[in-house]
Ligand binder design. Sequence first.
Ligand code: ADP
Ligand code: ZN
Ligand code: ZN
Length: 710
Amino acid sequence: MGSIAQVEPMTTARTLRGPFDYRLPQELRGGVVDVGSMLVVPFARRHVLGVVVGMAERSEVAEERLLAPLRALDDGPPALPVELVALAEWIAAEYCSTIARALTLVLPPGAARRLSGRKRRRTFVRTEHLPVGARRPEPPALTPAQERALRSLNAALDGRTFEQSLLQGVTGSGKTEIYLRVAASALAQGRGAIVLVPEIALTPQIVGRFQERFGETVAVLHSRLRPGERYEEWRRLRTGEARVCVGPRSAVFAPIERLGLIVVDEEHDASYKHEGDPRYDARDVAAQRARCSGALLLLGSATPRPESVRLAASAQSAGPAQPSRLLRLSARVDGRPLPDVRVLDMRGESAGLHPLTAQALAEVRAARGKAIVLLNRRGWSNFLSCRSCGRVWSCPQCDVSLVLHRHRGFLACHHCGHREPAPERCERCGSISVARHGAGTERVQHDLTAALDGDGRFPVFRLDADTVGGEPAGADPGMSKGPRAPGGIATLLRRFEAAESGVLIGTQMVAKGHDFPDVTLGVVLDADATLRFPDFRAEERTFALIAQLAGRVGRGSEGRVLVQSIAPEARAIVHASRHDSDGFLAGELERREALRYPPFSHLIRIVCSAVESAPARAAASALAASLQASLIDPGGAGRASIGGTADTAFGAGVLGPAALFRLRGQERQVLVVKAPERRPAVRAVGEAVRCVADDRAHRGVSFGVDVDPQ
Ligand code: ADP
Ligand code: ZN
Ligand code: ZN
């Protein structure tokens, strides 16, 4: 047993090069402190929390010069399982971050608070496993397709080595039942399971089904928990009292030992990417964790990502022994067909609703039915202009227009949160004629209520970040503490469910995994809104949005979907209207290959920001030159050119620099590195950024690195 603990102090400084050696006093030796232990250590004249990442017999620093930790935070076994310490190290390297920052992801809830406050020590006593499934309802008999999928997954689990499978099943095809069965198999082997879901509040049903099936052995980690409750759930997992964890992306760090299974439900969902530092992708972290634990990774979706499909298909063709499989459920369990999808051409239409949409809604109302309307734009109208002088109201901090929130009486920037009172008149010319352009969900709710609910018998419910509290951009949707009232989403969904008849209008939130059997009409307004994003995933997103909304419709009876679009021939829209996932994915993969987008490359996005544009541009150019030398042209052959698409025989390329719109008062320049392999590219980018950031010529410029941006 070592007498030296190698400790990472939990500081946010980017420049530190840890770990640092500490001499353990006698009482902390002999296994009391080990990898994963949390210590309070003296560091830079402060006392900070540190995590032990290694143990050693001796140090390069003379023993008498080494400091000793003040105390250990826990008695008994280390707070963190060794696997999670290793996982944090992997994340730091893979996402160009620091180990300290990555470790904060895996620490027990409230660890930082315990440093300053109470001195209570905690002990983890491992408990025996509880019996599983004693008084549970009988699970349904599987369909033949489910049987086949389960057999293959159980075989993968029995191998006890890393395997990855993709379960591609249309909405309502019984994927969740498969997750439950495979989790039961993992538990029967004495192993644990993690089930990742996009957002707990939007998918309360899946949590309920796990609890119903497995009882106390399920722990749920999410934001509505008070800190004490969260710690308690974490503790139950750490001790083995609970061995199944259901939660949003951060649940991938659940402290479960002997992990057998990680499920990623709705694997296409963008919320699996974390936008803080480290900008990790929970799907990749799940793959790494499964690899290290010899576990099965099961991705499930009706609209899987092209990346996942390609991986699964290539392993499949390489033979059955390959560690990846593609499993299909191509029909709904209840045998109902998917709803008819009709695309409505909005070119030449002046009203917000196509006449056929208006008619369909009126029919649903007459039949006392329910409809869901999706419009991916919050607020009343998305910009205002002066009819006399043409002035457009825009954010003082960002180069974007302000969105009118009429009911609350303000204009808001959806990028930085800036707010100002809604104008009565133009300050520039004094005109009181202010034009409102582009309807958002608030406006459509108002118009639909006026048109359809004169008698209060056809209520129009609205589900978006304004009615149920906002998700700050990039926050973990399940773990954020937004201003939202507790249970806001759940309450709203329950009201819609309980209503005899009515409409649910909202942003993409309305297309997530809800299961309302009596919805017979789905409407997508401005389906092109997501297509207009300057992003190579725009088509994939649009396809998924329409397909997912269609999945909410006709679950209990016949249903249909209307898609309003000014680009009715767009590939994503045409394929979605035919429920043709395979056709869409094949075309999408072809396009990605031609353009060398993921999965045919990895992207790293580097943003240089500064108050003035010149320094940001200078730093971005310096970075581009440096990356050109290290990444693309290490031998000096000079094949690539900066400033354009620069793909070379090596496969790596640099795009940009290009200007982004000003955000929070910062001028921004972006570079995108395309590389065949992630690790070496991340390393090269990390070095280049460090080098440019250290150069005094670029003082005042800050740098953000996003590996595999979403
Ligand atoms: P998905 O996750 O693919 O949307 P679910 O697993 O939620 O599908 O299944 C849809 C519905 O069908 C659920 O109500 C579920 O309880 C039910 N179900 C799933 N499998 C079966 C089965 N084999 N027999 C009967 N009902 C089933
Ligand atoms: Zn004006
Ligand atoms: Zn702004």
